[in-house]
Design a protein around this ligand. Sequence first.
Ligand code: GDP
Length: 355
Amino acid sequence: MQARPTICTIFHHERTEMSSPANRKDPKALAERLQTGDRRALAQAITLIESARPDDRLRASELLQRLDTSRSVAMRIGLSGTPGVGKSTFIEAFGMRLIDAGRRVAVLAVDPSSTLSGGSILGDKTRMDQLARSQHAYIRPSPSEGTLGGVARRTRETIRLVEAAGFDTIIVETVGVGQSETAVAEMTDIFLLLLAPAGGDELQGVKRGIMEIADLIVINKADGALKPVAEMTRTEYAGALRLMRRRPDDPDGIPTALTVSSLTGDGLPELWDRMAELFDWRERNGWIGQTRSAQAATAFDRALEQGVLRAVRENAAFVQDLQALRAQVATGKIDPEVAAGRVVRQVFGTPREDA
Ligand code: GDP
């Protein structure tokens, strides 16, 4: 029996592919190869983006700068759902349909647990057999190093790379924990919340904040004995959504709730129709452009915050001071705000009164 490829063998494969060409890190050559749709260049570019080495970061910045942004016409889809709800089954079924319809699908993941465990389950290619084999799909697991902010940054940059390589549909998957949904919503155009059928009037403990960022609520597993339960769950959510704040970026003012079965494929065409309709409406009404501009501005703010903080923390002149101040804050000798203010003044000088 042939062994199924594991995530390790896939990575190993990509690593050996990378070691041959001399220009695998040259931003200009990489950008050119990437924009011809060269998959090997895409893997190399993503590896460069994910590297923490300072020289690689510089190359990665230059690479991103060289990409033709007019190619960014992809639909960016966020997908969230707790483990077991059927995310990988859904992506496999939905993604294959999109490919049959002529689209090219990239699947990326933001897995906050991977930063602790060092390995990502989400986006594991073995979970999506058919897609993993398709020439029209590209699957990349979550970067597994760094904070959620770092993982989000790399994923945002990876979106630009897969777009440049010609993928027109990008699915960014995440699990329903922590802040990862917000991070994914901040890099996508349409956010889907995938839920399982559940009886009773409890809304499955779904946090209000997540309902507020969802553009579509999708109840999966609407098949067999679960079908009526799924329909009931859908009705409950549709009711709850009607009570929420109206959304100017939705033609109906509230997100739609619908049922699908990732196993039988029922409901998937209707879901796609709804997504395409929503995307077109948003594009026509300027929402896509406006959202992406706001997302870029937020990304800039985050990068600036992180960059300044890193520069201060890594600057030998301040390290001692910081440690001493931190200890004083911890023992209550100095107020945290006052201590931080002192550092800021030390680094940037006293702000002008009229500033
Ligand atoms: P994930 O953890 O969210 O990625 O969930 P998986 O895709 O691994 O699915 C978890 C389980 O639910 C698996 O046993 C799937 O076969 C099952 N499942 C997924 N989608 C459906 C569906 O539409 N109908 C039914 N009946 N089972 C499903």
